[in-house]
Design a protein around this ligand. Structure first.
Ligand SMILES: Cc1cc2nc3c(=O)[nH]c(=O)nc-3n(C[C@H](O)[C@H](O)[C@H](O)COP(=O)(O)O)c2cc1C
Length: 145
C-alpha cells in the first residue's frame, strides 16, 4: 500500500467516532474529525474512509459541507461507513456525494449506534465489540483492494 489512509468522519454523539477509531487502528489510518480538523490534501493512491451518523434521514450538515468543498484526485479509492438508529440512509447519500467528486467507491459498512435522539433507549451497547470487529474486517478488505 503506497498511499496514505484517511478516516474522515463526523459524529454528533460518539458512535461513528468509535467505528472511525477502530478502522484507523486496523489499517493505520489518520483520523480526521470534519468538525475540528482541516481536510487532508489527498494524493492519487490514497484511500479514504468517510463516516457519519444519520440525522433526519440525511448525513450531517458538517459532512455534507466538507464533501462539497474537498478537492479529490479523480478515481481516488473511497469507502463509506456509518452508524444509525433505524436505517443507514446516509450511506447511499455519502456515496453519491463522493462519486460526484470523482471518487471510486469500494465498499460500505454500517451498524447500529445508540440513539440519543430517542433518549438512548434504542441501540444500547451499539456499536458493540462485534460491530467494531466487523468494521475492522471491512477496512482491511478495502485497503487490500
Ligand atoms: C438529532 C438526531 C437525529 C437522528 N435521526 C435519525 C434518523 O433520521 N434515522 C435514523 O436511522 N437514526 C437517526 N438518529 C440516530 C443516529 O443516526 C444514531 O444514533 C447514530 O449512531 C449517531 O451517530 P453519532 O453518535 O456518530 O452521532 C438520529 C440521532 C440524533 C441525535
Amino acid at each position: 500500500m503506497a498511499g496514505k489512509v484517511y478516516v474522515v468522519y463526523a459524529s454528533l454523539t460518539g458512535n461513528t467516532r468509535k467505528v472511525a477509531r477502530a478502522i484507523a487502528e486496523a489499517v493505520g489510518g489518520t483520523l480526521v474529525d470534519v468538525r475540528k480538523d482541516p481536510l487532508p490534501k489527498v494524493e492519487p493512491g490514497d484511500v479514504l474512509f468517510v463516516g457519519d451518523g444519520v440525522y433526519g434521514w440525511r448525513p450531517s450538515r458538517a459532512m455534507r459541507k466538507a464533501l462539497a468543498s474537498w478537492p479529490l484526485p479523480k478515481g481516488v479509492k473511497a469507502a463509506v461507513f456509518g452508524t444509525y438508529g433505524g436505517r443507514p440512509a446516509q450511506i447511499p447519500a455519502l456515496e453519491k456525494l463522493l462519486r460526484e467528486r470523482g471518487a471510486q467507491l469500494m465498499d460500505s459498512f454500517s451498524c447500529k449506534g445508540r440513539d440519543w435522539f430517542l433518549l438512548g433507549l434504542i441501540g444500547r451497547g451499539r456499536p458493540s465489540p462485534a460491530d467494531l470487529k466487523a468494521a475492522q474486517e471491512f477496512a482491511r478488505r478495502v485497503v487490500r483492494g
